[in-house]
Design a protein around this ligand. Sequence first.
Ligand code: PBG
Length: 325
Amino acid sequence: MSFPVHRPRRLRRTAALRSLVAETRLHPADLVQPLFVREGLEEPRPIPSMPGQVQHTRESLRKAAAAAAQAGVGGIMIFGVPCAKHPDGRGAWDEEGIAQLALADVVAEVGEATVVIGDINLDEYTDHGHVGLLGPDGDVDNDATVRAYAEVAVAQATAGATMVAPSGMMDGQVAAIRAGLDAAGFERVPILAYAAKYDSAFYGPFRSAVESSLVGTRSTHQQNPANLCEALREVGLDVEEGADLVMVKPAGLYLDVVRRVADAVHVPVAAYQVSGEYAAIEAAAANGWLQRERAIEESLTSIRRAGARIVLTYWATEVAQRLHR
Ligand code: PBG
């Protein structure tokens, strides 16, 4: 009798065997590329905390969107960075606001080749950097904020967004946005709910990318990283309120949450590999401490393996291009 009896290594001997039995594959269509556009820029401006990413001009954004679509990415998420910020974040729903102009540009560029997604939030537009209107106690006023979110949703849909994604973690935001969209004749625009969004230190580089002026925290609305049951509750509520897809964010540190959510709901699940996850790998790779492409691919494969149907990642276009080779 030969020993050992079981030889799992048989299926790992050649690249072709390994590929044949791979349980998870990355595909360009599963990836969503977040892009930043800054009002009033003459040239694209590199984001120091996110090496390789830039604040786009409207013109360079169109090119980046075209490249993403050309590479076959499933979607593009647009973040607008306005010149002027206000206490009430009014630029977020202004017809001439940077996000609306950029969404229209991108839709004109890519048509229906890829899904164009608007992020619904006020944090890039408020001078205090919070995600909504502040109440007398200095905390975000939930109900006033969700009414503003409904206006943002309608402004983005009017600009041509294929889908909208509320990211503020206000109670009832999905229902309010659904009602607002429906009342404006946008009943066919789906909502991708940032359903389980944690109060994470890993959003740091994003906040400099959008020139956030936030002082204080988001811990009265974003979830405590210690909690899993709460994520299931949040996701359940969002689905009940009409979310067409749900998101877990961040991704790589929350794979247990991704798995539990994917097992619990019957809507597509997305996970957002956030700016800090991106920056950490880029920084380690720049130091020669990680093999960059392998680390990127492993991080994305793990998020897919945990159960995310869709992955938002700043590497979407790059990885999609690589997958074609
Ligand atoms: C809110 C928003 C944030 C991110 C996506 N949408 C920042 C926040 O909640 O503070 C973070 C994305 C990232 O870190 O990559 N507009």
